[in-house]
Design a protein around this ligand. Structure first.
Ligand code: ADP
Length: 629
């Protein structure tokens, strides 16, 4: 009975075929991954069934996938000696859209379009992977024989509404997928020639390197013909840690990341039980150029399912504040056709992510403790990213805070918050920080004067993210985090306080005059307890935006809220005495007024800002220089 029969696809199937072909065109090369992954499954199943049914007589030692190319005729064959399919299985499996049914698919397609789920992901979810061959082939033949059966089946289709079936003789069980390739389209960006050896090698290496069966390619002709195995077959993560050499970890890291450096730390572990998976994670040494590129993925960890590559840069695996971590996770129990949607809603995924996060944080804490110098380099490269965790994540906030390093007024090396707290005198309750554009500017800040005089340590926050971080990161180890450039700080003892208050009383008239002069430029003018050397500085309210933040908002085109700072004056500075004298003399009032303006201008400059009207400021300075006293 070798009659050839032509069967129409279900109406929706051909509609869908069309859709698949047109929606996946930017990912054409995945057809090979799909076919190889099906072949690998078929090999798994044969191996599995032979264990129970010795009658099958299968040769499970020689299981392999073989790729053959006939470049002249543009034919690509992918052959496996796996379980194969019966005639009915062919009809069920590749004549119709798998399990969920086409109607269901088309319905979810509508929903997906409303929700903006991308088509390739959706297609993966419905197991229509085989149809991706029609992206590269205009005719496809499948020759297959189910293990244990006498006859085989040939399925042929152009992917256009119908397929034919006929019975064939086939000596071995297994499946050969024969693709009659379309011509390479020079107008399609990235269209590749899948008869070219190097293209096949590249695609196999990229997607199927860790398939555990050899993926062989026939190369050379005539006497030179030989079989080359394209995949390494070695999923490093699946091997016991004790048997893996350091150099193997390093090689895999380089292969994975294209980084020339060795990784700073490798985290490899296996979890068994209700959720089963292995993870091999790396912490790099150097910061990649694109770490802050918003177009970059929010995670750099790839997802495998039972050694089959599923998803690059899987955002569900890692929080974005650990996006510098590279590596792979191989799940034993997720379905092969898992989609983004299922990943996002899955409880299992949340568990995996939590565990990975914990492991990375532990590795970093250990690094900080045992290899401080390396750790400091790590922090310099990635601290800015990690700090985002202080903002976004409550659960790990405490650990991220422990990991943070800060330069400050004590020593040249950066310090941790825990070390700071340990050095705090008993009566100090708060942790003092100063936000500044860089360390040099921080060191020169007038806000530090009183703290320096009292020998109170201040930490510097010099990353652009610090502004945001401080909104949520308000305490550590039960100590409030206080900004020295905000609000008022109580550093004085009783004697100093009453001395200052007496002075302020005496200077009340001049203070009032300065206030009047600057009324539309500052929120308030007051005497300061934080200045010892400088004459003046500007102070924000506890919830005000700092100059850096205002600049960032302005640069990103956002409206900048109108908030004026408070001008603080040093009552003991000779300049105040001078202004008092000028103010008392009506003839000198103009000089007093420009003195006030200059005072505000210099306070802005020392705070890292430009005077409100730089030209006028320069004029005033020039006048001052020309003045005969
Ligand atoms: P999925 O693999 O996601 O189920 P596919 O469209 O890729 O969806 O394949 C449909 C089905 O066809 C597979 O589930 C399998 O039963 C069958 N099949 C495909 N390729 C092979 C093969 N090489 N050997 C045996 N069965 C295969």
């Amino acid at each position: 009975m070798s009659k050839k029969e032509t069967i129409a696809f279900q109406a929706e199937t051909s509609q869908l075929l069309d859709l698949v072909i047109h929606s996946l065109y930017t990912h054409k090369e995945i057809f090979l991954r799909e076919v190889i992954s099906n072949a690998s499954d078929a090999l798994d199943r044969l191996r599995f069934e032979s264990l129970r049914d010795s009658e099958l007589g299968a040769d499970t030692a020689g299981l392999r996938v073989r790729i053959e190319v006939d470049a002249k005729n543009r034919v690509l064959e992918i052959d496996d000696n796996g379980i194969g399919m019966s005639r009915q299985e062919v009809i069920d499996n590749i004549g119709t859209i798998a399990s969920s049914g086409t109607k269901g698919f088309l319905n979810s397609l509508k929903e997906a379009q409303e929700k903006n789920v991308s088509l390739p992901e959706l297609i993966g979810q419905f197991g229509v992977g085989f149809y991706s061959v029609f992206m590269v082939a205009d005719e496809v033949e499948v020759e297959t024989k189910r293990a244990g059966e006498a006859k085989g089946t040939r399925w042929i289709s152009k992917g256009k509404g119908e397929y034919s079936l006929e019975e064939i003789d086939k000596s071995e069980c297994g499946t050969t997928v024969v693709l009659h390739l379309k011509d390479v389209d020079p107008n399609v960006d990235g269209d590749r020639d899948y008869t070219a050896e190097w293209v096949l090698k590249d695609v196999v290496k990229r997607y199927s390197d860790f398939i555990e069966y050899p993926i062989e390619l026939e190369t050379g002709e005539g006497d030179d013909a030989k079989l080359e195995v394209l995949n390494s077959k070695k999923p490093l993560w699946a091997r016991p840690k004790s048997e893996i050499e350091d150099s193997e970890y390093v090689e895999f890291y380089k292969h994975l990341t294209h980084d020339w450096n060795e990784p700073l730390e490798t985290v490899h572990f296996k979890v068994e039980g209700t959720t089963e998976y292995s993870a091999l994670l790396y912490i790099p040494r150097a910061r990649p150029m694109d770490l802050f590129d918003p177009k970059q993925a929010k995670s750099r960890v790839h997802l495998y399912v039972r050694r089959v590559f599923i998803m690059e840069d899987c955002e569900e695996l890692m929080p974005s504040w650990l996006r510098f971590v590279r590596g792979v996770v191989d799940s034993a129990d997720l379905p092969l056709n898992v989609s983004r949607e299922t990943l996002q809603s899955g409880r299992q995924m949340a568990q995996i992510r939590k565990r990975l996060t914990r492991k990375v944080l532990d590795a970093l804490l250990a690094l900080q403790k045992d290899r401080r110098e390396d750790y400091a380099a790590f922090w310099a490269a990635f601290g800015q990213v990690l700090k985002e965790g202080l903002y976004y994540e409550d659960e790990h906030k405490e650990d991220v805070a422990r990991l943070a390093l800060f330069h400050g007024t004590v020593g040249d090396e950066p310090t941790t918050l825990a070390e700071y707290v340990e050095r705090m005198p008993v009566k100090q309750k708060d942790i003092y920080v100063l936000v500044a554009p860089n360390i040099e500017a921080a060191r020169r800040s007038p806000h530090l004067e009183a703290f320096a005089a009292k020998k109170v340590e201040v930490l510097f926050l010099t990353d652009p993210v610090d502004e945001f971080v401080l909104q949520r990161f308000t305490e550590f180890d039960e100590h409030a985090i206080k900004r020295v450039d905000r609000g008022e700080h109580d550093l004085e003892d009783e004697g100093e306080k009453s001395e200052r208050e007496a002075k302020e009383k005496e200077l009340a008239p001049v203070l009032e005059a300065i206030r009047k002069e600057l009324a539309d430029k500052v929120e308030a003018v007051r005497f300061s307890s934080r200045l010892t050397d400088s004459a003046a500085c500007l102070v924000g309210g506890d919830n005000d935006l700092t100059p850096q933040m205002r600049r960032m908002l302005a640069e990103s085109g956002q409206p900048v809220p109108d908030a004026k700072a408070t001008l603080e004056l040093n009552a003991t500075h000779p300049l105040i005495e001078h202004l008092t004298a000028l103010q008392a003399d009506d003839a000198n009032y103009a000089r007093f007024a420009s003195g006030c303006e200059l005072l505000l201008g210099t306070a802005l400059v020392t705070g890292g800002e430009a005077p409100q009207d730089p030209v006028r400021f320069a004029q005033l300075v020039t006048e001052l220089m020309l003045q005969k006293s």
